[in-house]
Design a protein around this ligand. Structure first.
Ligand code: PBG
Length: 320
């Protein structure tokens, strides 16, 4: 085996998987305050105001990153029990999406999450009654949220809420509103994971959620067949592509889904995964660039067509 590893040219010649900038989706946190606000549990990542978001998007375009995913840190005063800010046509993500599209048009894809947690006073992804997260009532609202976001110019609707039956209903709602070209990227296999901690700090939902969890709708980490079932349902309902989340601890699921369905499959290297690597690199315990690139090519090896990662800009820079 060592003959094919003996020289750089030989290793390049036998290389099976390559990471390119086309594989990267960059998640950005946006806020309504002025300027740039660092997120302490996510070193190197900040909440950006409109102007800095536009700067980041222009940088992404220059680097060749195909898409950004926007997540709002909603003003706590706008968070309500019924999460109605989610369907406000002038909410933060809608305003920023319109600005991005006006500035760079089709040079980059804009992905918007569909779920109520950035807007709800209880921090759950759905509507809550008597302590239960309601399915069908939530789906109604997610349909409205999707149409509102598509109307603002978003290219990909990404439901991350894990309610049942929402993909089919969202597809119908988008088509009925004339948004038949808007893609649906379903967070089909999304786990009830502790790796989302820094994200919940970033969007400010950690305090709202308190000691509650999302186990009645997100999958348990022990499940694999169930992920295949979820993906099959979402594809049958009209998802254009699917996502597995978190990423690194679930590469077996990425691999299984890609092999089972052969559809565009994405993985989300979530906030906790990024935070672990960054913290160890910042402490001098790991070589930051090396583990970043190694972790990203691992997604490709598992079969992912792309990775949502907070490393997207740094990785794109290194690839250049
Ligand atoms: C919202 C959502 C979450 C993430 C993406 N969309 C958090 C959650 O489900 O609690 C997590 C992403 C990350 O940790 O980087 N439903």
């Amino acid at each position: 085996m060592r003959r094919v590893r003996a020289h750089d040219w030989a290793r390049r010649l036998t290389r099976e998987n390559v990471l390119s900038v086309d594989d990267l989706i960059w998640p950005l946190f946006v806020h309504d305050d002025q300027g740039v606000q660092p997120i302490s549990s996510l070193p190197g990542v900040s909440r950006l105001d409109v102007r800095h978001t536009l700067d980041a998007v222009r940088r992404a375009v220059d680097l060749g990153i195909p898409a950004v995913a926007l997540f709002p840190a909603t003003d706590p005063k706008l968070k309500t029990e019924d999460a109605r800010e989610a369907i406000n046509v002038n909410n933060l993500v809608c305003r920023i999406t319109r600005e991005i599209k006006a500035a760079v048009g089709d040079a980059i894809g804009v992905i918007l999450d569909v779920a109520l947690d950035p807007y709800s006073s209880h921090g759950q992804d759905g509507l809550v009654r008597d302590g239960r997260v309601l399915n069908d009532e939530t789906v109604e609202m997610l349909c409205q949220q999707s149409v509102v976001q598509a109307g603002a110019g978003c290219d990909i609707i990404a439901p991350s809420d894990m309610m049942d039956g929402r993909i089919g209903r969202i597809r119908e709602a988008l088509d009925a509103a004339g948004h038949c070209d808007v893609q649906i990227m379903s967070y089909a296999a999304k786990y009830a994971s502790a790796f989302y901690g820094p994200f919940r700090d970033a969007v400010g939902s950690a305090a709202n959620l308190g000691a509650a969890d999302k186990k009645t709708y997100q999958q348990s980490p022990s499940q694999s067949d169930e992920a295949v079932h979820e993906v099959a349902l979402d594809l049958a309902e009209g998802a254009d592509c699917v996502m597995v989340k978190p990423g690194m601890p679930y590469l077996d699921v990425v691999s299984r889904i890609k092999q089972s369905f052969g559809v565009p499959t994405y993985a989300y290297q979530v906030s906790g995964e990024y935070a672990m690597l960054r913290a160890a690199a910042d402490a001098g315990w790991l070589d930051g660039d090396a583990v970043m690139m190694e972790s990203l090519v691992a997604f490709k090896r598992a079969g992912a067509d792309g990775v949502l990662t907070y490393f997207a800009d740094s990785a794109a820079e290194l690839l250049q």
